[in-house]
Design a protein around this ligand. Sequence first.
Ligand code: ZN
Length: 256
Amino acid sequence: MNRKPYILAESTWKVVKDINYKAALLPWGATEAHNYHLPYATDNYESSYVASESARIAWEKGAKTIVLPCIPYGVNTGQMDVKLCMNMNPSTQYAILKDVADVLLRHNIRKLVIINSHGGNNFKNMIRELSVDHPSLFVCSIDWWRIGNAEKYFDEPGDHAGELETSVMMHIQPQLLLPLNEAGPGREKKFKIKGLKDGWVTSQRQWTKVTQDTGVGNPIKSNSKKGESFLTMTTQEIAEFLIQLTKTAIEDLYDA
Ligand SMILES: [Zn+2]
């Protein structure tokens, strides 16, 4: 029996063909090293979990959304020298996004929500370009870890494989983690030049120059309870967004 008609990978055509889905969710991750203690697919587990859980909450309140299978490769151009970090260039990502958009439009789904897990992925300009290629599709993206104030949930959230990400993985995939005493400290080396250090000059960081253990942020104070409460907040926020988005016509997105 299909209890999750909002997850395409687990659904049959028999069920899917008769549902009038109003929006699609596309989890997007990366396959990359996460300090010594988290698995390479961390971002994929996270975005798939956040998308599925948000869609479940929204579905139970009547919002018809469908979660597509996760795209497991992210932009990792700054990590080409880290073993088997699987880079996918932004231009390739755009080609994928355009094909996904084409399928959705053929089945009358005019809203696409990307659930992004990876800091190196940036969809803003792709959304702009897509609006020229597919003007009838509304596309948006959510960096789920930026929702709310992480400082309220974690002593030191961290950036990559730190306390936030480790706590979240302890909640959703605990069997894949190594014990915390095997993790590195996730110490981050900053740029030397002031503008770059202050952040108003943007460039790519070469990851192996930034951190020794591939992590940025100390995971030592992580626990699954912190991960669970942060995820509860983020998935509720996203579910509420989905409910509003599915109810609102694309032509009616702005204040009167
Ligand atoms: Zn990650």
